[in-house]
Design a protein around this ligand. Structure first.
Ligand code: NAP
Ligand code: HSE
Length: 432
């Protein structure tokens, strides 16, 4: 039976999950695939560190280069994170023609185009199912299962940490920082949690999915991003009173020849299926021109969910090695859908606006005048009772307007003397 030796670079949350998953189901996978899967070596930064997974001492090294170059290693798993050394690990393995499996969305987002060019040139293959939406097989679904479709819309809850924080804020009214620390302890958050809460991780994932869906490479700089730091329990409560919940969404829309792509918090109607995706779960709604709407749901972060995706890539890599084939649907080949990305200024949506204002006659009229001049219609206004003090909350739901017009009006509203704090604006998504 063909033996497939795995070289694991990184044995933290995800790497340990993979080692545990292999110990549990490696033999079953091997018999399904007709190969023998074996852990050939594990490179880490600190060899003496205690790990969640049991790894034989003789397999551990701090020399990733020697591990990757070892002729006995057939497949390299890059599970260390970051974009500097990780890039070298991937480049070195691909140079040697070895298949590489990575969970590193930051790396693919930053260097995917050149990495895929290297794959084309040198052979080998790059597998990255675990890079997007944890255990959900969304890469495979887009690349293979939905390959007969033109993708018209893709809406994703793509960051488990943010969804966990927003869900806990809604359920328990707890403090943001407190919940983030909990998400870190559970292994959901990135080593640098700003990647999560400022939306960059979801930006990386949305870019990878959009590039796959539309066949041309979309750079992170082309993707509008806004995180969840400004969302308060007040916003969550007011949104709920109006029949919405707040989610961090990755949104990809095909509009004519262009693609509109953004990551930002959005008010989602409570009755919509994405409103019910809670905690660390992710979900992606993909609308194809033939299939219609499809929903892909599962845990988006954590050791086991991510390990499951890595193991599915391992199955593909092992079969490729066994059969001597690399014949998958190619990831980013420019084709007839070559297009361009629309700037966020041109995105049109309804808006939620929360202001902190002095409660005196004429305040509302001044705000309405600014919105009127910007041609932004007011749908409803709420000034909840029971708030005392110098300033009170004023919540407005606004009709569809271009983002640029809204941003301009916001600046003017923020300068009004009756407006006492930086306004909070959240876009509303109606999934049309
Ligand atoms: P982690 O817990 O911080 O683990 C990183 C591992 O890499 C550690 O074992 C570390 O060694 C090792 N490492 C760092 N620098 C190294 C070097 N120069 N040479 C050898 N080993 C090195 O990170 P993680 O959460 O597992 O995430 C790993 C990757 O998976 C990241 O790209 C992340 O974005 C991605 N990802 C994570 C999740 C998740 O839920 N956590 C989900 C999907 C994707 P030591 O243990 O000795 O420090
Ligand atoms: N930090 C990421 C998240 C890990 O919370 O979604 C999974 O990619």
């Amino acid at each position: 039976m063909r033996k497939v030796n795995i070289g694991l670079v990184g044995c933290g949350t995800v790497g340990s999950g993979v080692v545990q998953g292999l110990a549990r189901n490696g033999a079953l996978m091997g018999s399904r695939l007709g190969v023998e899967l074996s852990l050939g070596g594990v490179a880490v930064r600190n060899a003496g560190k205690a790990r969640a997974a049991r790894v034989a001492k003789r397999l551990i090294t701090t020399d990733w280069e020697a591990l990757v170059r070892d002729p006995k290693i057939d497949v390299v798993m890059e599970l260390m994170g970051g974009t500097t050394t990780a890039r070298k690990v991937v480049a070195e393995a691909l140079k040697l023609g070895k298949p590489v499996i990575t969970a590193n969305k930051a790396l693919i987002s930053a260097h995917g185009e050149s990495i895929f060019r290297q794959v084309e040139k040198n052979g080998g293959n790059l597998y990255y199912e675990a890079a997007v939406a944890g255990g959900i097989p969304i890469i495979k679904s887009l690349r293979e299962g939905l390959s007969g479709n033109r993708i018209q819309r893709l809406y994703g809850i793509l960051n488990g940490t943010c969804n966990y924080i927003l869900t806990q804020m809604e359920a328990e009214g707890r403090d943001f920082e407190d919940i983030l620390a909990e998400a870190q302890r559970m292994g959901y958050a990135e080593a640098e949690p700003s990647l999560d809460v400022d939306g960059f991780d979801a930006q990386h994932k949305a870019g990878i999915l959009a590039s796959l869906a539309h066949g041309f490479w979309i750079k992170p700089s082309q993707i509008f991003v806004e995180g969840i730091r400004q969302i308060t329990t007040l916003d969550i409560e007011f949104a709920r009173r109006m029949g919405y919940c707040i989610k961090l969404l990755g949104i990809v829309k095909k509009l004519g020849d262009n693609v509109q792509i953004a990551v930002h918090p959005a008010l989602v109607p409570e009755r919509h299926v994405l409103a019910n995706v809670s905690g660390v779960y992710n979900a992606i709604l993909v609308r194809g021109d033939i299939v219609g709407d499809t929903l892909h749901y599962g845990q988006g972060a954590g050791a086991d969910a991510t390990a499951s995706a890595v193991l599915s890539d391992l199955a593909d890599a092992a079969l490729d090695l066994k059969n001597g084939s690399m014949g998958r649907v190619p990831p980013f080949v420019p084709h007839e859908e070559k297009g361009s990305v629309l700037p966020m200024d041109k995105a049109v949506s309804p808006f939620y606006l929360r202001l902190s204002v002095i409660d005196r006659p004429g305040t509302l009229a001044k705000i309405a005048a600014v919105l009127g001049e910007a041609k932004i219609g007011i749908c409803s206004v709420m000034q909840p009772e029971g708030h005392v003090g110098e300033s009170v909350p004023l919540i407005m739901m606004l009709h569809d307007a271009p983002d640029a017009a809204m941003q301009k009006a916001l600046k003017r509203i923020a300068r009004l003397s009756a407006v006492k704090a930086k306004p909070t604006m959240i876009r509303v998504e109606n999934f049309d």
